[in-house]
Ligand binder design. Structure first.
Ligand SMILES: [Cu+2]
Length: 135
């Protein structure tokens, strides 16, 4: 247990140095959610150490968004989704190499998401979902 934590801290220090040096992170990866035939939308997000890909998601219409969060890493991550008022809409735990699937009903607006594990948000595990007004 203690040993594992030491390794995790070492990895974090290396990554923090990388972030400071400007060679980690990776910036924005934008994607459109896929409209499904039943009227809902689908987005697949990869959770890795320490980023979500994509991290800027546009949804062309409000309604049900099917979230498929794939943890491609060997460590546990989390997907927390908040609305503009800061209320938590989702709080999903994703075990290593596992996938979490969950539906959320979204109105037009901007939603922030992040991993709530210590340090992970600061290391880059965050993004946003922008839901556009239906045309
Ligand atoms: Cu995480």
């Amino acid at each position: 247990m203690f040993r594992n934590h030491r390794i995790e801290y070492l990895v974090l220090i290396v990554l923090l140095v990388g972030v400071v040096a400007g060679c980690a992170g990776g910036g924005h990866v934008r994607t459109e959610a896929t409209p499904l035939a039943n009227g809902s939308n689908l987005i697949t997000i990869e959770a890795g150490n320490y980023k979500f890909k994509p991290n800027e998601i546009r949804v062309a219409r409000p309604g049900t968004l099917v979230l498929e969060i794939k943890n491609i890493s060997g460590s546990e991550h989390n997907f927390t989704l908040k609305n503009a008022r800061g209320e938590i809409l989702k709080d999903l735990k994703i075990r290593p190499k596992d996938t979490a699937i969950s539906n959320v009903d979204l109105e037009p607006g901007t939603y922030q998401f992040y991993c709530n594990k210590q340090f992970h948000t600061k290391l880059g595990m965050k993004g946003q979902i922008i839901v556009e007004t239906a045309k």
